[in-house]
Design a protein around this ligand. Structure first.
Ligand SMILES: Cc1ncc(COP(=O)(O)O)c(C=O)c1O
Length: 414
């Protein structure tokens, strides 16, 4: 039996076929079961901030696991208190900020949903706004906030009280006119939708409108946080202060952890008994996240994300590949827009060439490498990605010239 057979019969079918069996990682490289090495430019979907098996990550797990892993939220632990203080400092919440710890992005956003409901209970405001194409998670609350009807269709009815808006300042202004909005939940960049940025000035307009109408501004930084965009958090590019942000993915560097960070008066909404989690904020997870964030700070990886991101985008655009329409994103969350809907074929070709990238949608390749990438990784990426694009462009051309009728670009084998 192959590993594919085992995966096919034993693993839940909610995911597609697994693309490889990885057995080891080090730095920005992964190795599969045949010993083949790959350059990892996905980092577990913007998770492995320090790459794989980073000594700081390994030491933090080892030391904390052999000291104290878990005691429940009846008690506090030093790593938990240190991480809460660090997150408050990095998000610049000031003294009044507070942190709720969960174990994933969805859990952080569930906490945000409940924060919005608590605010609604206090103010009489009921409606939660999110954006079309937004992705906030797969649990029932976060699925209701996710703006993808196809993901919701099998699980109706949705949790009520959530409306999805087109991402325009005009639509947002209109939505507030009804006077019933409790909260607006937005991603600074829609990662799952294909690395789609908000329109210019959107977050500032959102801050003004939410403030004017007494609604919370909650920013989902689960994909954009932990330095990935070239600032600690995506909202910091806009010079605004939100009421809450949610983080996960990159703060744990591969250890499952999520958090809701509140600012100002929103910090007083939860009271004893209103929310909880057995594992959330345990000593092991918070020690690892503290170490990961500490290393990002020490090694200047936020600045590295900004510089390497600019370098990658300029380099990819300079390829002159007929398959590249342009690039989007910020820092090391990059969408390479393709001229044809062949993203899956590019991902497959890249894997053949020893490079891991991701198809965020049919015509976008998402790059989210470890924040630790340096000259060597950038150079290797350019070589492998250019070769991957050529493979797909050649296949497209061959099909076009061999076919008697005009073929659709989607006929390229994925
Ligand atoms: C913006 C955003 N929010 C929420 C989530 C859900 O996080 P998780 O998969 O950890 O539940 C994701 C995951 O991709 C995300 O990108």
């Amino acid at each position: 039996m192959s590993w594919q057979d085992d995966a096919g019969k034993d693993l839940v079918r909610s995911f597609g076929d697994r693309l490889a069996l990885f057995v080891r990682g080090e730095g920005c490289a992964l190795w599969d079961d045949s010993g083949r090495r790959y350059l990892d430019f996905l980092a577990g979907i913007a998770v492995n901030s320090l790459g794989h098996a980073h000594p700081v990550f390994v030491d933090a797990i080892t030391v904390q696991a052999s000291t104290l892993a878990h005691v429940s939220n009846y008690f506090a632990t030093p790593p938990q208190l240190a991480l809460a203080a660090r997150l408050k400092r990095l998000a610049a919440t000031g003294e009044s900020g507070r942190v709720y710890f969960g174990n994933s992005g969805a859990e952080a956003n569930e906490a945000a949903f409940k924060l919005a409901r608590l605010h609604g209970k206090k103010t009489g405001l009921t409606r939660i706004l999110t954006l079309e194409n937004a992705f906030h998670g797969r649990t029932m609350g976060t699925l209701a906030m996710t703006g993808k009807p196809a993901m919701q269709a099998d699980f109706l009815p949705m949790v009520p009280g959530v409306d999805h808006l087109p991402a325009t300042i005009e639509a947002l202004t209109d939505a507030f006119a009804a006077g019933d909005v409790a909260a607006l939940v937005v991603e600074p960049i829609q990662g799952e939708a294909g690395v789609v940025e908000l329109p210019e000035g959107y977050l500032r307009a959102a801050r003004e409108l939410t403030e004017k109408h007494g609604a919370l501004l909650i920013i989902d930084e689960i994909q954009t946080g932990a330095g990935r965009t070239g600032r600690w958090f995506g909202f910091q590019h806009e010079g605004i202060t939100p009421d809450a942000i949610t983080v996960a993915k990159g703060i744990g560097g591969g250890f499952p952890i999520g958090a809701l960070i509140t600012f100002g008066a929103a910090s007083d909404l939860f009271y004893p008994g209103t929310h909880g989690s057995t594992f959330g904020g345990n000593a092991l997870g918070t020690a690892v996240a503290g170490a990961v964030l500490g290393e990002i700070e020490r090694a200047g990886l936020v600045e590295n994300a900004a510089a390497r991101g600019a370098e990658l985008r300029a380099g990819v655009e300079a390829f002159g590949s007929p398959l590249i329409a342009g690039t989007r994103g910020q820092g090391l969350l990059i969408g390479v827009a393709l001229t044809h809907p062949v993203a899956k074929a590019v991902v497959a070709a890249a894997q053949e060439h020893g490079l891991i990238v991701n198809a965020a949608n049919d015509d976008t390749i998402r790059l989210a490498p470890p924040l630790t990438i340096g000259d060597a990784e950038v150079a290797e990426f350019f070589e492998l990605f250019a070769a991957s694009l050529s493979t797909v462009a050649d296949a497209l051309l061959i099909e076009t010239s061999e076919s008697t009728s005009t073929p659709e670009p989607t006929e390229v084998p994925a």
